[in-house]
Design a protein around this ligand. Structure first.
Ligand SMILES: Nc1ncnc2c1ncn2[C@@H]1O[C@H](COP(=O)(O)OP(=O)(O)OP(=O)(O)O)[C@@H](O)[C@H]1O
Ligand SMILES: [Mg+2]
Length: 394
């Protein structure tokens, strides 16, 4: 099973590219599901057919669904939250504080992720294509399993202890409505499921494609997205440059746009570090419906398999060099001026545009000092050389 996630800035063509990719894969005989986590019903609009929260067959081998996170959220977490709120308030906990204690960060995104993971692990699919919400939310969504691990591991035990402590008081005040351990067990179950989500999202058969239009503002955001995805440990295996104007027009308006886009595309290609840049032309009309989407898929992938894994390079790699070692980290389209590197004991801390990744260094590198670092061909290369002092002391 192959899992492909499409992300990018708002309005660049994520939904269109996801649907076109799914249609192209299904046309080649893959049993394909395209799934949208966006609450706006644009996947249904692009396909030109209504969708529900369960997979619907829209063409031979092509299924589509719209994850209804709002409904799922109402069904599950609100119950739990309402219960906890009532409980805490009756125990005299300040309303604001009670609210804070019961908020589960990103609960709706969690539910969307759980559905993606459920379809990917138990569905009959060869390929699952996910049309993610715009960049900001997607990044949060992708980082969430880790954030929630943190929450469950540190905050939740404290909450649990706090509630246990007030329980005797509660039973006096409010009769039978004491905090139930099964509620906590439910949250811990959720935590386990999220660890599975993380596993699915970072599996070697999973990759992300970033959609952009070749315009300066969009490209700048795509650069940041790519970097943060790489930092979070997600594999990006391609870029989709969408709505590309035809070149060679005599019309100054079109020629101007085409020239500006060509310049942006050249910059993207130069920094992509071997990452394929798939191009889809600006079409004369909105690509809506299966015929248009299949045609767009053909333009994007030609006769290639849309689900093919195009980049096998490791995300993090360490090789031996004449002087020591070189650690390389995939950071396609990253900018030098947004990158910071620091060494903290046995860890290497990479910060890019506010996103931070802490890399635990393998033992051979711990006894080395950082001799230098460069950004080349979409990878950050950090040179390590043996530190005589450290070799002596260990
Ligand atoms: N190659 C193209 N040629 C012409 N129109 C396109 C092309 N790709 C997308 N569009 C149109 O651009 C609009 C935005 O596309 P789409 O909905 O796929 O973007 P999105 O990134 O999913 O947006 P959102 O961030 O709102 O989810 C739609 O009207 C779509 O039909
Ligand atoms: Mg969309």
């Amino acid at each position: 099973m192959r899992l492909l996630l499409f992300t990018g800035k708002g309005g660049v063509g994520k939904t269109t590219a996801s649907a076109a990719t799914a249609a192209a894969a299904a046309a080649r005989g893959s049993k394909t599901l395209v799934l949208s986590t966006d609450p706006a019903h644009s996947l249904a609009d692009a396909l030109g057919t209504p969708l529900t929260g369960e997979p619907t067959e829209v063409d031979t081998g092509l299924y589509a669904m719209q994850v209804d996170t709002q409904a799922a959220f109402e069904r599950t977490w609100r119950d739990v939250q309402g219960y906890l709120l009532g409980l805490l308030e009756r125990a005299g906990v300040d309303a604001l504080q009670a609210e804070e204690l019961t908020v589960l960060p990103g609960a709706e995104e969690v539910l969307a992720l759980l559905e993606v993971s459920r379809q990917a692990t138990t569905g009959p699919w060869d390929l699952v294509v996910v049309d993610c919400a715009p960049t900001g939310e997607t990044l949060r969504l992708l980082a969430l399993p880790e954030a929630l691990s943190w929450y469950v591991e540190r905050v939740f035990p404290a909450q649990r202890r706090a509630l246990r402590a007030v329980r005797p008081l509660l039973s006096r005040v409010s009769g039978p409505a004491v905090p139930r351990d099964d509620l906590f067990d439910a949250v811990e179950r959720l935590h386990r499921e999220l660890l599975q989500v993380r596993q699915v999202l970072t599996a070697p058969s999973t990759s992300v494609r970033v959609v952009l239009t070749p315009e300066a503002v969009v490209v700048a955001e795509a650069r940041r997205t790519l970097t943060s995805l790489a930092l979070y440990g997600y594999r990006v295996d391609g870029l989709v440059a969408n709505r590309v104007f035809p070149t060679g027009s005599d019309e100054p308006f079109l020629a101007g746009w085409a020239a500006a886009q060509a310049e942006q595309l050249a910059a993207v290609r130069a920094d992509a570090g071997g990452l394929p840049v798939l191009v889809s032309p600006y079409r004369a009309a909105e690509p809506v419906g299966l015929a248009d989407l299949t045609a767009l898929g053909q333009q994007l992938y030609g006769d290639d398999d849309p689900a093919a894994d195009v980049d096998g390079a490791a995300l993090v790699d360490v090789v031996r060099t004449a002087d020591g070692f070189e650690l390389s980290l995939a950071l396609p389209l990253a900018r030098r001026d947004e990158l910071q590197l620091s060494r903290s004991g046995d860890e290497l801390v990479v910060t890019v545009a506010g996103h931070r990744r802490v890399l635990a260094l393998p033992s051979a590198l711990r006894r080395c000092f950082v001799a230098g670092a460069v950004l080349r061909d979409g990878r950050l290369l950090v040179r390590f050389e043996p530190d005589p002092a450290l070799w002596m002391s260990r």
